[in-house]
Design a protein around this ligand. Structure first.
Ligand SMILES: [Zn+2]
Length: 477
């Protein structure tokens, strides 16, 4: 049985002011309902005006997705009656979206983009004492009301939950590169997913935040719809809510048809002509996109396509971090190895974003330099990188504080001599032909010096010592 998945992705566009008024879009640290005015509160008679920056961001998104732009931008009223939209309609685009007919490639498969349009975010409902299905009452915060969103709607081209997640991850990195949204802001990317199984009715799961949650919600729905079909029960066309706590979906309401919304062209807003020169100006300043960046990293730095892909998919900040490290250190291959194999793994393991970790190009390069200078072994570096990723502290300081520097040769030889003389049985075994007896001695030395010596160096000193007269002398005693 095949799943058919289409996504509607709401991206919160990064603008100073709201889509139709001058109120600040800042919701962090603001008192509830602080950033509001008659327009975003939907007072009768208030006159909205379109935010040019939001349209510009929308054009960037459309271009990056290879969509065709409409020559005239119009807005529409979508009627609905929920408390988060006090004027009882949302200003969106319906009859004429900003752009249509694009695509994004995921693992060589084209996912078609049906449309990209702009709309205002509704207010935020705060469910007190539970979630949408169990709260005792709701509070409404209109700070979010009127914040610009771009809605990106795919065709139902996605065939499984993993592909949905990959699509969203790639889209997120693309939007990050475009500079049109803040990937770290709460709810900056929200997804409605349409899912049907084996030609059955389409179910919409509303308002999922987080890529992992999208994958969970879709997995739950596919399994639910399949087991219903197996039991001969019809899946009904409806809207469902995803509960991130339980990883399950529950019915909210039977799905509205688009005609239920009674769309009309918004009479308070004039149509906007997208002048070709203006659009060309935006195209001329389009930043490098993730796929281009991946190709360039391979060509310019000679790293593998896999490594370049991992770095770019980790986000714009990580890509910039990598290139700055290359500039400071010179050897782009070594930087990529340590970054992909150890630093990224440590950050992911701790669930840390690069910017939260305090890791900087200068200090990361310092770590690599410590290895080159012979101050620490690679093995120590691999351990040290965990502390470094967690704290961002200078690796040189961590080495000093924890006493991780490699011992000098004389100091190390003295320890080896002592261990050899304390273990005559092992020495005898070795000289008697039991080669692995030397490994016991290596282990004993490493137990004493811990990370301050490299195992291969210790092994060489021991073998040399045992094979020379010194070894024989200690056995002869
Ligand atoms: Zn306002």
């Amino acid at each position: 049985m095949e799943a058919t998945i289409g996504l509607e992705v709401h991206v919160r566009l990064r603008t100073e002011s709201k889509l139709f008024c001058g109120c600040s879009t800042e919701t962090v640290g603001a008192e509830p309902n602080e950033n509001t005015c008659p327009i975003c509160l939907g007072f009768p008679g208030s006159k909205p005006m379109v935010n040019r920056k939001a349209v510009e961001h929308g054009v960037r998104v459309a271009k990056a997705l290879s969509c065709g732009l409409v020559p005239e931008v119009r807005f529409s009223r979508k009627s609905y009656f929920y408390p988060d939209m006090p004027k009882n309609y949302q200003i969106t685009q319906y009859e004429v979206p900003l752009a249509e007919g694009g695509y994004m490639t995921v693992n060589g498969e084209r996912i078609r983009i049906r449309r990209v349009h702009l709309e205002e975010d509704p207010a935020k409902l705060v469910h007190v004492g539970g979630d949408i299905t169990s709260s005792r009452y709701n509070l409404i915060d209109y700070n979010r009301s009127g914040v610009p969103l771009a809605e990106i709607v795919t065709e139902p081209d996605i065939e499984d939950t993993k592909e949905a997640r990959l699509f969203l991850e790639k889209l997120g990195v693309m939007l990050d590169h475009l500079g049109v949204y803040d990937p770290h802001a709460e709810g900056s990317l929200r997804v409605d997913a349409n899912v049907s199984v084996d030609g059955g009715s389409r179910v919409e799961v509303k308002n999922i935040t987080g890529f992992r949650n999208v994958e969970k919600a879709l997995t739950f729905e596919v399994v639910r719809q399949r087991s219903m079909a197996r039991m001969g029960i019809d899946v009904s066309r409806e809207t469902r809510h995803f509960d991130a706590e339980t990883g399950s979906t529950s019915s909210l309401r039977s799905k509205e048809q688009e005609e239920d919304y009674g769309y009309i062209i918004e009479p308070d807003l004039v149509k906007i002509n997208l002048r070709p020169e203006w659009v060309q100006g935006i195209e001329a300043t389009m930043p490098e996109l993730p796929d281009q960046r991946t190709r360039r990293l391979v060509e310019q730095h000679g790293i593998s396509g896999f490594q370049a892909g991992v770095i770019v998919e980790a986000g714009l900040a990580m890509s910039l971090f990598y290139e700055e490290c290359c500039r400071l250190y010179g050897d782009a291959g070594t930087v990529a190895n340590w970054l992909v194999t150890y630093l990224l793994k440590s950050l992911n393991y701790m669930g840390l974003m690069l910017r939260e970790s305090g890791v900087e190009p200068e200090t990361f390069v310092e770590l690599l330099t410590l290895i080159d200078e012979g101050v620490i072994s690679e093995r120590t570096a691999k351990e040290l990188i965990k502390d470094y990723a967690a704290s961002g502290e200078s690796p040189r300081l961590i080495v000093e504080e924890k006493g991780l520097a490699l011992m000098d040769m004389d100091e190390l030889k003295a320890v080896v001599s002592e261990v050899v003389s304390m273990n005559p049985k092992a020495v005898e075994d070795y000289l008697g032909g039991t080669g692995k007896a030397s490994e016991y001695l290596v282990g004993q030395v490493l137990r004493r010096v811990r990370a301050r010596a490299d195992a291969n160096v210790v092994r060489k000193i021991i073998i040399d010592m045992l094979d020379s007269n010194e070894g024989n002398a200690s056995v002869a005693q």
